[in-house]
Design a protein around this ligand. Structure first.
Ligand SMILES: N[C@@H](CCC(=O)N[C@@H](CS)C(=O)NCC(=O)O)C(=O)O
Length: 205
């Protein structure tokens, strides 16, 4: 397989870099920055007309959407991270879409308004609303992991665990999973994997 990942490691491209490391795929990394100096330049818009990173060239197929890229990479590469059946494929897609729709936005808002933005620019109301929004999905995640052997699908670490933990990653400076032992253990195990450490080292933070 010939894979090129576009996007700096300090972006959602980290998800795809992590997946390539997990899957043992050789890849070329083109660290496109976001904004006018990178993702909004005409040559990059020809790769991803949305003007965002990541994007990936996988055997000549140009893709964007970090979690869709990962599902595709896992299925193409095969092995234990990939679905073993159509049913597992459905569940891995379900969890990935769930992470994007139920977790990612609010988790990113927590990160920005609790940690990343300068204090004067933080919005306490947005932070409070995001914490409230996350209560239900985090409880769902806790309940599922606690009753399914600590994994999302198939009783093993799969691309679904990678995709969802990569969204929970936005909560790394918060205490929102401290009262959720199954989520906490699952997240720590996922992000402590050698492939994760290798990819996250590319971020330099
Ligand atoms: N849903 C997309 C989101 C991509 C995205 O928003 N990427 C950010 C960087 S993490 C970006 O490129 N922002 C720059 C911009 O929107 O101009 C994915 O998961 O790949």
């Amino acid at each position: 397989m010939k894979v090129t990942i576009y996007g700096i490691a300090k972006s959602r491209a980290i998800r795809n870099l992590w997946a390539c490391e997990e899957l043992g795929l050789p890849y070329t990394h083109v660290p496109v920055v976001y904004g006018p100096e990178g993702s909004r330049k005409p040559d990059f818009l020809a790769i991803n007309p949305n003007g965002r990173v990541p994007a990936a060239d996988i055997d000549g197929v140009m893709m964007w959407e970090s979690l869709a890229i990962n599902l595709h990479l896992a299925k193409k590469a095969g092995g234990s991270l990939a679905p073993e059946s159509l049913d597992e494929d459905g569940l891995m897609t379900m969890w990935s879409m769930w992470a994007l729709t139920e977790v990612e936005g609010a988790a990113l808002a927590v990160l920005m308004n609790q940690t990343v933005k300068p204090e004067a620019e933080r919005d306490a109301a947005v932070l409070a609303k995001s914490i409230e929004t996350l209560k239900a999905p985090l409880a769902v995640l806790e309940g599922h992991l606690a009753s399914h052997g600590g994994y999302l699908v198939g009783n093993r670490f799969t691309i679904a665990d990678l995709n969802v933990s990569a969204c929970v990653y936005y909560l790394r400076y918060s205490n929102l999973v401290d009262d959720k032992p199954a989520v906490k253990a699952w997240y720590q195990a996922a992000t402590s994997r050698p492939a994760a450490k290798k990819a996250f080292a590319l971020r330099g933070d």
